[in-house]
Ligand binder design. Sequence first.
Ligand code: NAI
Ligand code: MG
Length: 356
Amino acid sequence: MKIAVLPGDGIGTEIVEQAVRVLKALDLKLEMETALVGGAAYDAHGHPLPEATLQLAKEADAVLFGAVGDWKYDTLDRPLRPEQAILGLRKNLGLFANFRPAICYEQLVGASSLKPELVAGLDILIIRELTGDIYFGQPRGRRVSPDGHFPGAEEAFDTMRYSRPEIERIARVAFEAARKRSKRVTSVDKANVLETFQLWKDVVTEIGKEYPDVELDHMYVDNAAMQLVKAPKKFDVVVTGNMFGDILSDAAAMLTGSIGMLPSASLNSSNQGLYEPSHGSAPDIAGKGVANPLATILSAAMMLRFSLNQVAAADRIESAVQKVLAQGLRTPDIYSEGTTKVGTREMGDAVLKALG
Ligand code: NAI
Ligand code: MG
């Protein structure tokens, strides 16, 4: 089993180091090879996603990714900015299904932005389509407006687009995932006003007929945003498009206490995947040794579960994380009175010890 390890920038290097230590301690036959990506790759090779890094990622069974980006690259042209590396990897590996579980661990209930009773036991899975929608639809651009409310004015436009096969494959991913959980899927759309999401709703309904054991309901995205902060436990698996998923999954992140706790997986049709924490490179705390490595360690667990078929090892990591939380160890982002503040490396040490 070959893993491409791409730490990236900022806290990326610090948190990936801890996840690699945990993976090494598992006694699995894992071959790990590290490469530069993002700003670090730009500094060394003049490109955020060098050919050698892309090749390594393509040949690997899975990619463990840290984070990319730093303020110092803000002046670069778009194709050279560190964040383009993650878009390039998604595109080249065909990663269309983004899994973002939002779990509120018992010990962190008090750190949530919602009342404890609303989040105690929260365990939802947001599945975001990652390659279509308004983020990639053509045509897009800027022009002199040929019509509309202000003909002759400067305008900008994007195109929201989904094809039937794109919707079919993400719907199947969601129904399959639901089968392994509580057998409920909520498809989030805006079918009341958008053609794109009328097709979305029709296709998800059709695919749903192949899964009579899974309960499907549909919700408009504005209502979904409201329900997510009003009664988040009503959801189990949520499937939605690229833009709605981007926004809803960040909102869901805050229900769990800290973005430093949230792993993610992006998969293609052959279950090859890229695993990364949901957060960015956090330049404000980089180099200080205080970043929370748990999102990355939990991403490594997802990698073992989804791409490498090592379910027992994934379980071991996840229970180790629960154990260190129960021991009261907290990085500053999840610290509260009465718990013990630790740094990135100490948190890694504790997880290693708790692996048993
Ligand atoms: P960010 O997620 O890096 O940071 C937001 C806030 O959360 C900061 O206050 C940070 O200190 C805190 N934070 C994030 N991860 C943490 C952790 N593990 N432990 C403790 N605190 C943590 O988002 P921001 O500041 O908007 O972006 C910083 C850079 O990261 C930008 O260049 C951005 O483009 C990039 N970025 C990269 C992503 C990726 O590589 N997939 C995703 C999101 C942002
Ligand atoms: Mg986002």
